[in-house]
Ligand binder design. Structure first.
Ligand code: GLU
Length: 285
């Protein structure tokens, strides 16, 4: 009898070039490699042109290669895909599941912090401006953010779940904390959430590995996948690395950046030993 080996999951590592990657990012990359049978798709999440810099992208390549990590070629860039994100936004507009939001940041913050109706306000962004004020802002050429009409979207798709490879369970989606989330920012015309589901489908990702601070976002991602008819990967969230005081690592703290550690004379092996052991109990392959 011929035994065929199950093929490894197709994972990705998707850093944003907004600074030097730190130990937490390196851990995420190692995790993606491990879960992907030794390699991953490398995607540069560079939609935010206000903060991303090509020099950081170069540094990411250099740091990952120096750590001995391997990725599939070609490297993917979100900035190559703005037209695809725009098309997806149009699809959702045609389905009447998104609406333009002309509120300023200060107005949104005021709404969200209004104590009397904090629970309901997240849903009421659509009606927050009187019609004539809204029209006036629109006519003056103000660029809106686009918000998902979450309750309508949920009604359309019915009950959904995503597959959590850590527990082996299908987790029903829970959108309570989201409200009418922005899925296209006014400054960049898309958002992390909209772009990531499109990218994962375009890149044939079968298993998304990422830190557990993004676990809540998986609910929204599953909803967007369903609305847009995109494929749904499995999910495996790993622990978030923290500093000695229990605080999550930040790009602005240079002491844990891989580039700094390299400059200080640490070897790649020494850096890999600083990370927790990767324990993928539910082996995806
Ligand atoms: N660019 C995102 C980040 O660095 C990727 C998140 C994800 O893996 O979905 O947080």
């Amino acid at each position: 009898m011929i035994m065929t080996q199950p093929s490894p999951a197709h994972t990705r590592f998707a850093p944003s070039p907004t600074g030097e990657i730190h130990l937490g990012h390196a851990f995420s990359a190692c995790f993606a490699a491990r879960a992907g049978g030794g390699q991953f798709t490398l995607r540069i999440d560079d939609i935010d042109h206000t903060r991303c810099k090509p020099a950081f992208t170069e540094q990411i390549f250099d740091d990952l290669a120096w750590l001995g990590l391997q990725w599939r070629e070609p490297v993917r860039y979100q900035s190559d895909r703005f037209d695809v994100y725009q098309e997806a936004l149009e699809t959702l507009t045609n389905m009447e599941l998104v609406y333009p939001c002309f509120l300023s940041r200060a107005e949104v913050n005021a709404l969200l912090s209004a104590p009397q109706d904090a629970d309901t306000v997240k849903d009421s962004m659509r009606d927050a401006l009187p019609n004539d004020e809204r029209r006036q802002r629109e006519n003056s050429g103000m660029v809106p953010a686009w918000r998902l009409h979450t309750s309508a979207a949920l009604e359309k798709v019915g009950q959904l779940s995503w597959h959590d490879l850590a527990s082996g369970e299908d987790v029903p989606i829970d959108m309570t904390d989201f409200g009418d989330v922005v899925i296209a920012r006014k400054d960049i015309g898309t958002s992390y959430h909209l772009s990531v589901v499109i990218d994962d489908a375009m890149d044939d990702i079968t298993l998304v590995t990422r830190a557990e601070d993004l676990k809540a976002s998986t609910n929204l991602h599953r909803l967007l996948q369903e609305l847009l008819g995109l494929s749904t990967p499995d999910y495996l969230h790993h622990r978030l690395l923290t500093d000695s005081k229990g605080r999550r690592l930040a790009k602005r703290d240079k002491s844990t950046s891989i580039a700094t550690l390299r400059r200080d004379g640490h070897s790649a092996d020494a850096i890999l030993r600083m990370m927790p052991k990767i324990n993928i109990s539910q082996r995806p392959f």
